[in-house]
Ligand binder design. Structure first.
Ligand code: FE2
Length: 484
């Protein structure tokens, strides 16, 4: 059994805005079965809410980007009306090596590559695999991943102990990007990775018995930076979007992300178990997409709902406001995305697209039982008007009526990507609860908040106070007891 860590040495994180204030890393791993409770914990749901995010352990190697921090999982386990809180670093190979040496070894996104290192990860193989981006449930285990492509770490979803990583290499696969997708209907794990050398993308399927049952290269015109993928019962959807590393600079080992608005966005649709050369590409207006809401089939069409950025490059005004060594990072992390729907006609090859909602929102989730199936509701966060990313409100969107419900957190409180927890024997898409961790800068303690999914605007029906702060993070997952 892995011992909980309590780090006593103090690290000077300098003035990096993603290492101070609400984003200051915590130093202790806790396993807390008793929590102060404001309100009443509903007894008619159970499962575990898990959230990944950066929690840097050592003094930064260089400038340090928010995406560079060591992955830490926070969890809230709901059982018989009781809640336990736990948090643990993901014991990645790179963190083990850095802990052995007591210092950061790998450069970060804003640093120059160190090509002398024996092992590195990422699409250009120079980054540290911190596994801090995403968490997905597959075959009873939590899978954590890194957005720039790394190993797929397996964790015990209850204890949060790191068990190892999926051996992709010996099965002929490469790395795995964040946003691998678990199809709850049959237990398939769908994944992709991307690289700066051909094949620029690969796609694969691991079945519920943990066997790699499809693995295939996807031909692209050059190196790309896709962030996520989608699926329906029959198809997988991959993205070739016109925001990627400047190819000329990349040849000189320089990594500068550029947006090419003269290029089209392309969405590739292939049968789940098919070879990559059968993929069909659908053109659409230029944009960048971090996150998929859901996708499904309707007669001859594949529907894809996303949070879409029409102009992913920071404006001149934002660039001027955010100067200094961290200005570029701060400016590029302005996520001005809106709910957008694509319709890809498999018969005619035509794409239709429309903005569904003008409200800026991100980190969308749905009732996971509807993954790949027609869905109506999605649950998002909105971004505070602050230099660093903080989520100041939670929103429920109804794509059928075009209406939304919103709950704004009190001053100094910021949410996380939520998860939908279905009520026992639930009989409607929104019959359940929404769970979020909250960073409370007034009390300096984290919270687990439970919202009624039917009416999110009512605010939390229960707040559980965690003995330590929970910094904001990236992606989350909810595992039902029957999937453990
Ligand atoms: Fe993401």
């Amino acid at each position: 059994m892995a011992k909980p860590e309590v780090l006593t040495n103090v690290v000077d994180f300098g003035d990096n805005p993603y290492l101070i204030g609400p984003h200051e890393p915590i130093r202790e791993e806790l396993d807390t079965p008793e929590l102060e409770c404001i309100g009443e914990i509903p007894k008619d749901f159970s499962g575990i809410y898990l959230r990944n995010g950066p929690n840097q352990r050592h003094a930064p190697y260089g400038l340090h980007h928010w995406f560079d921090g060591d992955g830490m999982i926070h969890s809230a386990e709901f059982k018989d009306g009781k809640v336990s809180y736990r948090n643990k670093w993901i014991k990645t190979k790179s963190l083990a090596e850095e802990s052995e040496e007591g210092r950061s070894i790998w450069p970060g996104l804003m640093d120059a590559p160190n090509r002398d290192l024996k092992t590195s990860w990422g699409s250009d193989l120079w980054l540290k695999d911190n596994s801090n981006t995403d968490i997905t449930i597959h075959a009873g285990k939590a899978i954590t991943t890194f957005y720039q492509c790394g190993e797929a770490y397996q964790l015990d979803p209850v204890t949060l102990n790191t068990l190892g990583s999926i051996d992709l290499e010996s099965q002929g696969a490469r790395l795995m990007s964040a946003h691998c997708m678990n199809d709850e209907s049959n237990g398939d794990l769908l994944f992709f990775d991307y690289a700066v050398k051909p094949p620029y993308m690969t796609y694969g399927v691991i079945n519920k018995e943990s066997q790699l049952v499809n693995f295939t290269p996807i031909e692209l015109p050059g190196a790309r930076l896709p962030h996520s993928m989608a699926f329906t019962p029959n198809y997988s959807i991959l993205m070739d979007l016109p925001m990627f590393w400047d190819p000329e600079l990349l040849d000189k080992d320089l990594h500068k992300v550029s947006f090419y608005p003269e290029m089209q966005s392309r969405f590739g649709i292939l049968n789940r178990m098919a070879s990559g050369d059968t993929i069909r590409w659908f053109d659409a207006d230029p944009c960048y997409i971090y996150h998929i809401i859901n996708s499904w089939e309707e007669e001859n069409e594949v529907i894809l709902d996303v949070c879409r950025m029409s102009s992913p490059v920071p404006s001149q005004e934002v660039r001027q406001k955010l100067s200094g060594p961290y200005g570029t990072m701060l400016a590029w992390l302005k996520l001005d995305a809106c709910y957008h729907r694509y319709r890809f006609n498999l018969e005619t090859g035509e794409t239709k697209e429309e903005r569904k909602e003008d409200l800026l929102s991100e980190f969308p989730v749905i009732n996971n039982r509807y993954g790949g199936l027609p869905s109506r509701y999605s649950y998002h966060v909105t971004l505070a008007d602050t230099d660093v990313i903080l989520f100041d409100a939670v929103v429920k969107m109804d794509s059928l009526t075009g209406t939304s419900q919103k709950f704004k957190f009190p001053e100094g409180c910021f949410g996380s990507e939520m998860q939908f927890a279905p009520r026992h024997n639930s009989n409607a898409e929104d019959d359940g609860y929404l769970i979020s961790f909250v960073t409370n800068m007034e009390s300096m303690k984290g919270e687990i908040q439970i919202f009624p999914a039917e009416d999110l605007s009512k605010g939390p029906i229960c707040r559980l106070i965690v003995p330590q702060q929970i910094p904001p993070g990236f992606h989350s997952s909810f595992v039902l007891p029957e999937n453990l």
